[in-house]
Design a binder for this molecule. Structure first.
Ligand code: CTP
Ligand code: MG
Length: 352
């Protein structure tokens, strides 16, 4: 049973605002880190071309989607000139040869090819920066979802700030590691975007629906339509509701925690950011699993498919706990003007 929450006082709301903004400001990388990431990419590309002439490397994931942390991993996609797709390539062989080659690079260590996963990759650590990275092949849809997330992040500052808040929350609660049976940070960003689309009035549009009654344009990638409206400059004209919702980040943060504990029907509905209409599990035939999160482009991909019942309860439990920690009347000393922000943030995110 959920404890009732008091109405948000202006003082409480201001504190939550400051907490979210603080998380954003302390977690996002400085511009120099972005250029550093590009430099590593260019260096790797020319190194790899010694053996794979015509290869291209491209960054995706949080290095490019507007929700990157200081020290987030480098997600890299490799393609080869003259090959539109990987259909005529032996990807496992390429990954193994790539691993052998990378072992000769003096700046890299812990080279590990993983060829059994759904997407074969080679992992490494970059010695000077200690950044982890992985290279996959022809992960083109991921580049599209990276660009679409980036567009959502760019249209309203609150999206960006809340993205960092929810990722930080997931990390601290230990519910944000798909390789250990929970959900990826990408999945939490989809949960955030869905909440912001469903809010009344919505904070963000459904970019994959902004084609005004015309048939949806087609941009086929790996058999899926990866089209979305991507003209940021014209968006305010295209979607006049931008900026209509005036809630603060603090209100929206507690709103998100309440949405996923009080409102969203996990049993019947799918978290789905590609359409504004409710999508049911029944329609998808995703009835056996606990959390259903649909990838916006690869519609067969349920990001919750790897979550066990036990982990599912653990994730929901973290949201319930978060709802109470952030939503109950806070200890009065937290409001004191001189209480240091790092202390407040640690207390709220780590509260027993
Ligand atoms: N991705 C995907 N489907 C998944 C998991 C990941 O398409 N099931 C893609 C997304 O584009 C995601 C990228 O792979 O952004 C990298 O995934 P990951 O490194 O796990 O997440 P990031 O978004 O990069 O966040 P982090 O800062 O935690 O690395
Ligand atoms: Mg990443």
């Amino acid at each position: 049973e959920l404890k009732p929450l008091p109405d948000l006082t202006p003082q409480h709301r201001d504190l939550l605002d400051r907490v979210c903004v603080y998380v954003y400001e302390t977690c996002h990388p400085p511009p120099t880190e972005y250029s550093y990431r590009d430099m590593i990419l260019k260096d790797l590309e020319s190194f790899i071309r010694q053996e794979f002439s015509g290869s291209h490397l491209c960054l995706f994931g949080s290095s490019m989607n507007g929700f990157g942390f200081k020290g987030s991993d480098l997600d890299i996609c490799m393609t080869l000139e003259g090959h539109e797709t990987s259909d005529d390539l032996d990807c496992i062989d390429i990954i193994e040869r790539l691993a052998k080659l990378l072992k000769k690079h003096l700046d890299l260590y812990n080279i590990l090819p993983i060829t059994t996963a759904k997407v074969p990759i080679v992992k490494f650590v970059h010695r000077p920066s200690k950044l982890e990275g992985d290279i996959s092949l022809y992960n083109i849809l991921a580049q599209y979802n990276t660009r679409m997330l980036n567009m959502y992040a760019a249209m309203d500052e609150r999206v960006r700030i809340l993205g960092y808040t929810v990722k930080r929350f997931a990390k601290i609660c230990e519910i944000g590691d798909a390789s250990r049976g929970s959900l990826s940070s990408y999945a939490y960003i989809l949960m955030l975007l869905y909440f912001l689309q469903q809010r009344k009035p919505p904070i963000i549009p459904v970019l994959q629906e902004l084609h005004d009654g015309q048939p949806k344009p087609e941009k086929m990638v790996d058999g899926w339509n990866a089209w979305f409206y991507d003209d940021l400059k014209s968006l305010p004209k295209k979607w006049p509701h931008l900026g209509e919702n005036k809630e603060t980040v603090g209100e929206l943060w507690i709103g998100l925690l309440r949405f996923y504990t009080e409102e969203f029907n996990f049993r019947e509905h799918v978290i789905c950011i590609r359409q504004s209409a409710i999508l049911t599990r029944f329609e998808k035939m995703w009835t056996s699993k606990c959390i259903a999160i649909e990838d916006p482009f690869d519609l067969n991909h349920n990001l919750g498919a790897g979550v066990s019942r036990k982990m599912n309860n653990f994730i929901i439990g973290a949201f319930i706990k978060g709802r109470e920690t952030f939503g109950m009347t806070l200890r009065s000393d937290l409001y004191h003007q001189y209480t240091p922000m790092p202390y407040i943030v640690d207390y709220l995110f780590d509260a027993e």
